[in-house]
Design a protein around this ligand. Structure first.
Ligand code: MN
Length: 311
């Protein structure tokens, strides 16, 4: 088999990143645009494994290494700070993303498709429909990725477009409550791990105004256990110091109650977060009666404070 290129996402990609990488590979193949292999850097989450299982997609389709002299397609990210495994940014030929503040100027050879939507899976699903190559398996992958990224259409990033595309996936598979609950319950399995794994399972790095910022996020159906775990604070401190980060916040989302809890452990991070939201911490936790997402709330507000010094 001649390999024409590779499809990369960030390290420890979520369901959107993994499912879209698989779907783009299928789309390219079906359209006769070449053999692009989806690459997995890091680990699959329990939720993604659940989805791959239902879709009857073998996780062996995801390769773990790639040739650096071949074209690269990026999916679900175009921020260099999240791509330490990407050695040559000039090899990136195409980008499919839905995140703000990408490193647009770095990817000089890439066609960039970046949309303000809840999941990039919505766009890939549309592309598969247009090319008449959406199958049941890929409808399960992409429909699940939309549900996952929009937290079942409750996240502030959700758009009508995501809902419309999901309704197309519904024609192929019954995404019933039991299936979706099963998906989200997978996320709670991370709580069996130690604090470091909990913090790093979905932690992204941002370089904002030359300051290294780390935003860890976790989405759970039950948050009581993690919020009472005192070890989490010392582990945040260790991580922040080891990673030489200027700012660190841990965003704990309760999917059931539609709440967010921001945890900061040091004075600088607390101070910045207080400026972002115009309110104060109680101890190390700031509680919100709504879901905050890294992409739609935290990164834009953090950029505003660090770049414009918003008070
Ligand atoms: Mn995504």
């Amino acid at each position: 088999m001649v390999i024409n290129g590779y499809i990369l996402s960030y390290i420890n990609p979520d369901t959107d990143g993994v499912c879209c990488a698989l779907a783009i590979a299928e789309l390219y193949k079906k359209k006769g645009m070449g053999e692009y292999l989806p690459v997995l850097s890091g680990k699959l989450s329990a939720e993604t494994k659940y989805v791959l299982d239902k879709a009857d997609i073998d996780q062996q389709l995801l390769v773990t290494t790639y040739e650096q002299n071949k074209p690269i397609i990026l999916v679900d990210t175009h921020q260099l700070a999240q791509l330490p495994h990407l050695k040559k940014s000039n090899m990136v030929v195409e980008i499919w993303d839905h995140h703000p503040d990408g490193d647009v100027e770095i990817f000089v050879n890439a066609i960039i498709h970046n949309y303000k939507i809840g999941a990039i899976a919505s766009k890939i699903l549309e592309k598969m429909l247009e090319s008449d190559c959406l199958s049941r398996s890929f409808a399960i992958l992409l429909g699940s990725a939309i549900v996952s990224n929009t937290i079942n259409f409750t996240a502030p990033s959700t758009t009508k477009y995501d809902i419309d595309m999901f309704s197309q996936a519904l024609k192929y598979f019954d995404f019933n409550k039991q299936y979706i609950d099963g998906m989200f319950q997978c996320r709670d399995s991370i709580l069996n791990e130690d604090c470091r794994k909990i913090l790093t399972c979905d932690m992204k790095c941002f370089q904002i105004n030359e300051k290294k910022c780390l935003i860890a996020q976790i989405e759970l159906t039950s948050t009581e256990k993690i919020l009472k775990n005192k070890n989490i604070f010392s582990e945040i401190r260790k991580l922040r110091i080891n990673e030489n980060a200027y700012y660190f916040v841990f965003n704990v989302i309760n999917i059931q109650q539609k709440k967010s809890f921001l945890i900061c452990e040091d004075e600088i991070s607390k101070n910045i977060t207080e400026k972002m939201f115009g309110r104060f911490f109680e101890g190390c936790i700031m509680e919100f009666e709504k879901i905050l997402l890294r992409k739609t709330e935290l990164v834009p507000l953090l950029s505003e404070v660090l770049i414009n010094g918003k008070n």
